[in-house]
Design a protein around this ligand. Structure first.
Ligand code: ZN
Length: 226
């Protein structure tokens, strides 16, 4: 599959990228830095001009979805976090310690989003929720690639976790450690309502106008199995 560049008159980037596992052409759009192979489902990220393998998977959509399903790319990291009280164990400090221990995974949207602080970012919602999704590997739905490098996502995700711990107790009262494990490229389904996207799990909505590459994403999702 060949794709053309962004809709804003940008020059199409011609990529001759092939999956290193199965040799299928990778569905790389103009601004993508990471993608799942649509044939074998393996994930690749461009790092220093080389393709580096990333664990790649997709979340099973809710049964009998009432709307069209669109998959969006996220980075997901395993998390080991702890918050140890510096002195005595106050109430907030105990809550912060428990909260830190509760994080198993963290998420950051990897698609290009316009003014995320204004419209909200679903990765932080998923990081708070710690959802028990059915996650599958291998050949799955077509899903758009990531335009955010995993290294950038890791920095942001670390702030998410620190902010969540800080909501329970001031970070100055704690010795906090946050360790992120290898990035996974995850395709998470949402409902495409035309002018809005709705998260099936949180009910949150995003206006489609904040997604820079939606036309490309819809095209890439057109062969999706739901
Ligand atoms: Zn492949």
């Amino acid at each position: 599959m060949s794709t053309t560049g962004g809709s804003r008159g940008a020059q199409p980037r011609v990529l001759a990228l092939r999956c290193r596992a199965c040799s299928a052409e990778l569905p790389a759009a103009s601004s993508d830095v990471a993608f799942r192979c649509s044939q074998c489902g393996r994930g690749w990220e461009i790092i220093g001009g080389e393709l580096l393998e990333r664990a790649a998977m997709y979340v099973a959509p809710p049964p009998n979805p009432p709307h069209a399903v669109l998959y969006l790319p996220y980075w997901s990291f395993g998390v080991t976090a702890s918050a140890k009280p510096r002195r005595r164990l106050g109430e907030g400090v105990a809550a912060a310690r428990d909260r830190a221990g509760r994080f198993k995974r963290a998420y950051m949207s990897a698609y290009s989003i316009y003014r995320p602080t204004y419209v909200g970012e679903w990765g932080i919602v998923y990081t708070r929720m710690q959802p028990e999704w059915e996650v599958r590997t291998g050949h799955g739905p077509e899903s758009p690639g990531a335009s955010l490098p995993s290294g950038e996502a890791a920095k942001i995700v670390k702030h998410y976790i620190l902010a969540e711990i800080d909501r329970a107790a001031d970070l100055g009262l704690l010795d906090v450690s946050v360790e992120l494990h290898d990035p996974q490229l995850l395709a998470i389904p949402c409902y495409d309502l035309g002018t809005m996207l709705r998260c099936p799990w949180s009910g949150a909505e995003l206006p489609v106008t904040v997604l820079n590459d939606l036309a490309e994403m819809r095209r890439e999702n057109s062969g999706a199995v739901s």
